[in-house]
Design a protein around this ligand. Structure first.
Ligand SMILES: NC(=O)c1ccc[n+]([C@@H]2O[C@H](COP(=O)([O-])OP(=O)(O)OC[C@H]3O[C@@H](n4cnc5c(N)ncnc54)[C@H](O)[C@@H]3O)[C@@H](O)[C@H]2O)c1
Length: 397
């Protein structure tokens, strides 16, 4: 249930392995496209797998209601709501929708990233209202997905999985299902441990990036070079400081730490502060640009990169987009030239995309927001000799 970045590759891989899969989605356009053997998301190899599975008949798209099955995988969105509250409305709706299709002995697995207790307090609670008791006449588990966009088809099969049931019997049943197609290790645990494990992985990354970003703020304040400090500190055998940048983006690292804070607000000052440190970084970059811009009349600024990380086209929670959003509201800044070689259309209605050469030719200030490979190949200090340069990603280092 949910044929997005997680659900569709999972469905396609299972269908390719010979399982009979019904892919369920509430979006009619998604059902229609997949029904024709086409895909609506960009992921290497996915289109070929879907086309083959649909034409062989092992994958069919149905919706909005699910059909009877042995196993139900919930791969629906879990976005951040207002005030960083977890948005569990899709998990609730999908669970309510599957209840009429459920039969005794079925397995229901929540794959969506969720705050601790969601499997028990949302999925199991709703199914209990329909007479299904976890570990008795139904099996319910959480198996968080940790796939890397761009490598999902391989990682769905090869990654290790953490699989936690609502009861021991649920764990056993869910582990057996994943062992049927996963080549990585399958680690059995409880549902709430599995939920927190996935969130802890991303909060760990976020806190460590926040440390690097805070160090960059300190260096900025003292007029020191953060890249030199980090490089030297990392010669210590037990120190490994990450790279600072203009913030943290994407739909996982920038979101998941709030799911821990939601269930333990008093216990998570570090996690919440790390989020705020990373969220404040676009503003720090904007201030640095504006300090330079003050020296020009209507400073022309080239922004290199818009995606949330190098070499992709994904703009979700992108700090580079936030930098541009803030820059266009500043009086010190004149024209903005956006350069994003991975996009064909600008995400800003009133700002167009420029090719790298034209943008560099026109700009007074260059701010490097994403360390795309193509920028590494084509931009260096010599080329930017006549520009003021802000380089929060350390591309020139
Ligand atoms: N994208 C990733 O790389 C990634 C990696 C790890 C974990 N996750 C997690 O996996 C979950 C799904 O993420 P995604 O990126 O695949 O989301 P997505 O938005 O790409 O896809 C979700 C799909 O679910 C559908 N949907 C919504 N409500 C539904 C319902 N009631 N019944 C059936 N379908 C419904 C939507 O129409 C959409 O097509 C989220 O919790 C996310 O945090 C994503």
């Amino acid at each position: 249930m949910g044929l997005g970045y997680v659900g569709l590759p999972t469905a396609a891989v299972l269908a390719t392995l010979g399982r009979r899969v019904a892919g369920v989605d509430t979006r009619a356009d998604v059902i229609e496209r997949i029904g024709r053997g086409e895909v609506h998301i960009v992921e290497p190899e996915l289109d070929a797998l879907v086309r083959a599975a649909v034409s062989r008949g092992t994958l069919r798209a149905v919706g909005p209601k699910p059909v009877a099955a042995d196993v139900f995988l919930l791969c629906v969105p879990t976005p951040l709501g207002r005030d960083h509250a977890p948005g569990l409305q899709y998990v609730e709706a999908a669970t309510r929708a599957l209840a009429p299709a459920l039969r005794p002995g079925n397995l229901v697995v929540l794959e969506s990233t969720s705050p601790p207790q969601t499997t028990r307090n949302v999925v199991a609670r709703i199914l209990a209202e329909h007479g299904f008791v976890a570990g008795d006449n139904i099996f319910i588990a959480h198996a968080p997905e940790r796939v890397l966009p761009g490598a999902v088809i391989r990682e769905v099969v090869e990654n290790a999985r953490v699989v936690g049931g609502v009861t021991d019997a649920c764990t056993e049943r869910a582990v057996a299902f994943y062992q049927g197609f996963v080549r990585g290790e399958v680690h059995p645990t409880q549902a709430d441990v599995a939920e927190l494990t996935k969130l802890a992985e991303n909060a760990f990354r976020d806190v460590n990036i926040a440390f690097a970003n805070e160090l960059a703020n300190v260096c900025d304040h003292l007029g020191l070079d953060p890249w030199a400090v980090i490089k030297l500190a990392n010669h210590h055998p037990r120190v490994s400081i990450l790279r600072p940048g203009p913030g943290v983006g994407g739909h996982c690292i920038a979101v998941d730490p709030w799911f821990i804070a939601a269930v333990a607000p008093e216990q998570t000052p570090l996690i919440q502060t790390a989020r705020r440190v990373n969220d404040s970084r676009p503003g720090v970059v904007v201030e640095a640009v504006c300090r330079r811009a003050n020296r020009y009349r209507d400073a022309r600024v080239a922004c290199l990169g818009l995606s949330y990380k190098p070499d992709i086209d994904d703009l979700r929670e992108s700090p580079a987009v936030e930098v541009v959003r803030q820059l266009r509201q500043r009086r010190e800044v004149g024209e903005l030239y956006l350069v994003e070689p991975h996009l064909s259309d600008s995400p800003f209605e009133d700002l167009s995309l420029w090719d790298l050469d034209s943008a560099l030719e026109r700009a007074d200030i260059v701010v490097i927001l994403v360390a795309h490979r193509v920028f590494r190949q084509r931009v260096d200090a010599r080329r930017l000799q006549s520009h003021a340069v802000i380089d929060p990603v350390g591309l020139l280092r």
